[in-house]
Structure formats: C-alpha cells, structure tokens
Design a protein around this ligand. Sequence first.
Ligand code: HEM
Ligand code: HEM
Length: 189
Amino acid sequence: MINTHTFLAKLIHWTFIPLYAYGIFKQVDDLSQLEDPSLLNFEILFATVFLVIVLLRYFYMKDTPTLLGAHDELPKGHLFIAKMVHRLVYFSLIMLPTTGLLIAGLVSLETGGVEIAISIHEFSADLSYVVIALHVGATFYSRFKGEGLWNAMVPIWKETEKNNSNLVSKLEVIEKKVYKEIEDKFIKE
Ligand code: HEM
Ligand code: HEM
C-alpha cells in the first residue's frame, strides 16, 4: 500500500504556503488603492497565477486517497470530515482570487455591486483562515495520536509510534461516537 504523498504533492503543499501568506499579507487595504493602474494590474496578475496554481493542484490531487498515511483503516466518518475540510480549503482558495478578479472587473467597468463583491471576498478570506486552522489543528492532533498521516506529508519531526496512552484511548471513544453519528446521518451504504 502506498503510504506517503508523492514528492510533487509535498512540493506543491509546502511551496503553496508562502504564496498564500503573501496573498493574505499584501492584501488591498481599501478600494481607492485600485485607482492606481499598476497596482490593479499586479493584483489581476497575482490573482490569476494564484487561481491557476490552486486549480492545477486540485486536479493533480483529486484522485489521491485522503489520509493515505494512516497505519490502520480509518472510519468512514473520519474520512468524510477530512474530505469536507480539504474541499472547503479548496473552495475558499478558489473563491479568494475569483472574487478578487470580480472586484477588478467591476472597478474597471465602473458598474455597481463592488461592495457585494468585496463582502464575498472578505468572507472567502475569513473562511480560508477557519478551515486552514482546522486542517492544521487536526494534523497536530493526529501527530499526537501517532496515526501516520503526519509522516505522509510533513518532512520534519517524524512520528515514531502510535500513542497508546489512556488519554488517547478516551479521546478515541469520543471520536468513534462522532464518526458513528456522521456515518448514520450523511453516509449511505
Ligand atoms: C496554507 C496552509 C495550508 C493549506 C492551504 C493546506 C492544504 C492542504 C490540502 C488541500 C491538503 C489535501 C491534499 C492536497 O490536496 O494537497 C493537505 C494535506 C495535508 N496537510 Fe496541509 N495545508 C496547509 C498547511 C499545513 C500545515 C501547516 C500542516 C502541518 C503542520 C499540514 C499538514 C498536512 C498533512 C499531514 C496533509 C496530508 C493529509 C492527507 O493525507 O490527506 N498542512 N493540506
Ligand atoms: C489571490 C488573490 C487575493 C488574495 C489572497 C486576497 C486577499 C485579501 C484579504 C485577506 C483581504 C482582507 C479581507 C478581510 O478583511 O477579511 C482582501 C481585501 C480586499 N481585496 Fe483582495 N485578495 C486577492 C485578490 C484581489 C484582487 C485581484 C482584487 C482587486 C483587484 C482585490 C481587492 C480587494 C479589496 C478591494 C479588498 C477590500 C479592502 C477593504 O477593506 O475595503 N483582492 N483581499
């Protein structure tokens, strides 16, 4: 069984982080800045490159099994949550540049609706913070449990063995209940 992500998957995963951070930190502070044509053009170029990279990544990764590094077979409910979070990450990362480009289009055409586009743009940025924080939190939690997922994507501070502590056993009892609920509600056999 393949239990690690490909070199290319890891390369894209880790080089994307500075691109995302740059996009977030260089953000436009207010609409009037877009009156400068060189800034507007740069924003359009950046958003286009960002969008193309996210789409290429999505198509490269879409057939890769989720949580493929796991030592044991994972409950369907667990995979369901992980897939949902990954999809929401992609959704927010596609919405960010798309709504940015929409703002640029509306500003250039001098039509109405810019405020609505900005609200959706800001919502996309907030959604990306929440789902990426969830993703990173879940990864550290899995590292703590020693499930194997960490080693499949993260090149440093490798897991050595499964954590068999009492705390993990108790947490797993709670997790199983949550997964069972999800399977009963959302996953049809
Ligand atoms: C901007 C920050 C991040 C984004 C947008 C992101 C996004 C993603 C996405 C979409 C996946 C699913 C595979 C793929 O399509 O590439 C993934 C996998 C993964 N990420 Fe991240 N990630 C980020 C940061 C991190 C950090 C900081 C860690 C750990 C410290 C981490 C650990 C992992 C691991 C272990 C996987 C593999 C999960 C699996 O096998 O399904 N990620 N990441
Ligand atoms: C990948 C590309 C982009 C990223 C990552 C990004 C990121 C952000 C972030 C994080 C914010 C602040 C949101 C908040 O406060 O919650 C923001 C605001 C904004 N962005 Fe973008 N943006 C991108 C592309 C664009 C483009 C192409 C345009 C238009 C040319 C644009 C125009 C704006 C405007 C007008 C605001 C609102 C400023 C205000 O508060 O009035 N963005 N962007």
